[in-house]
Design a protein around this ligand. Structure first.
Ligand code: G6P
Length: 362
């Protein structure tokens, strides 16, 4: 049928969409660059970012995980405080708002009912809203004041991949644009750095056999798996765990490396797979200490590190990119590990049980 044709030679949309990521990043760089090679962004959005005293990011699922990374970038680069909220919680459990809040809705589909219900509420309160979405004509886009387009092309697989990396890329551009508008000096050109990311992603997409082997080595018979990281790696761990549980039905959770000893480590048994991310210099030592703790209790540890921070027995090393953009490359092996784990278990990769691509009920 028609949808099979769009898959081309790919067995699944998810694999196709993972492979499209280098191109999507390049497309984003193109779309957000002007003739002077500077960031091109709607001046109203720039002004909204200058006017706010606190950004509230609202999202669900994978988009929420992209929001967590976005918070890091906006706070670190642009010095604007950011809170990230799960949409379904925010709507009945609203935190105290700052004087001049700006709401940023992150939604691949632009149709998620939980997010929409928050949008309706905050518009009633008179607050400005920006939607970051892959579907410019979507409900969230139409009902908010501003839209940033992801340019990722249609995402068909239920498990989101290219939308996540596109969301982080667009949020990086937004963060740097805000910083520049505020006169903050940065030695970080997101357009250049994203071009480097795009090439790094290509390298990763050519390493499928190696990554498939990781899925076989660590996940073949297990019923659970843990993902750990610190700082920005913690957020990617949560996304890695979500990908795996969504499509392979292996019970998986992402934890902050330092929090492990406060409970979760009780679950580590002989052979329990633990995926540890090490892409951040300031926590490289401490996350590796956490790995030793779980290994001492029998865990089967898979260390995924970044070039420059890697050590001798690391399982997989991703190419070096700017630290703040590390999620864009470290998530690719996570996506592929989930993909192959699901494939090896004969799961329906593109249409996992119980899940819908866009959830239009609260
Ligand atoms: C559903 C999908 C997830 C997605 C979430 C948010 O649960 O299965 O993959 O992350 O909705 O979707 P959105 O379109 O708002 O990003």
């Amino acid at each position: 049928d028609a949808s099979d044709m769009e898959k081309g030679t790919y067995p699944h949309f998810m694999l196709k969409e993972i492979d499209e990521q280098p191109l999507v990043i390049r497309k984003i760089v193109q779309e957000y660059r002007n003739e002077q090679d500077q960031i091109k962004l709607d001046t109203d959005i720039r002004q909204a970012m200058l006017d706010t005293d606190r950004v509230y990011i609202i999202a669900a699922g994978t988009s929420y995980h992209a929001g967590l990374v976005g918070k890091q970038m906006i706070e670190k680069l642009a010095n604007v405080p950011v809170e990230v909220h799960v949409a379904s919680e925010f709507s009945y459990n609203m935190p105290l708002l700052s004087e001049k809040p700006l709401f940023i809705f992150i939604s691949q589909s632009g149709e998620t009912a939980d997010s929409r219900s928050v949008l309706v509420q905050v518009k009633k309160m008179g607050h400005p809203a920006l939607t970051v979405t892959n579907v410019p004509g979507s409900t969230l886009s139409r009902e908010s004041d501003y839209t940033l387009h992801l340019h990722a092309g249609p995402e068909i697989a239920v498990a989101s991949t290219k939308a996540y990396t596109a969301q982080i890329s667009v949020l990086a551009i937004l963060a740097v644009d805000t910083a520049r508008a505020k006169g903050i000096e940065l030695d970080f050109d997101p357009l250049q750095e994203l071009a480097i990311v795009s090439s790094a992603m290509e390298t990763l997409c050519d390493q499928k056999e190696e990554i498939e082997k990781i899925a076989s080595d660590f996940l073949e018979t297990t019923r659970n798996a843990f993902f750990i990281g610190r700082g920005i790696d913690y957020y990617v761990s949560q996304e890695g765990a979500l990908k795996l549980k969504e499509i392979s039905y292996i019970q998986a959770e992402g934890f902050a490396g330092g929090e492990l000893k406060h409970g979760t480590i009780a679950l580590i048994e002989d052979g329990t797979p633990v995926f540890a991310l090490a892409t951040q210099e300031n926590v490289n030592y401490s996350i590796r200490a956490n790995v030793q703790e779980v290994v001492a209790r029998g865990a089967n540890a898979c260390i995924i590190s970044m070039e420059g921070l890697d050590q001798e027995n690391d399982t997989f090393v991703v190419p070096k990119v700017h630290e703040l953009l590390a999620p864009l490359v470290s998530v690719v092996p996570m996506q592929l590990i989930a993909y192959y784990a699901a494939l090896h278990r004969d799961c329906d990769v593109d249409k996992p049980r119980n899940l819908a691509k866009s959830v239009t009920v609260e």
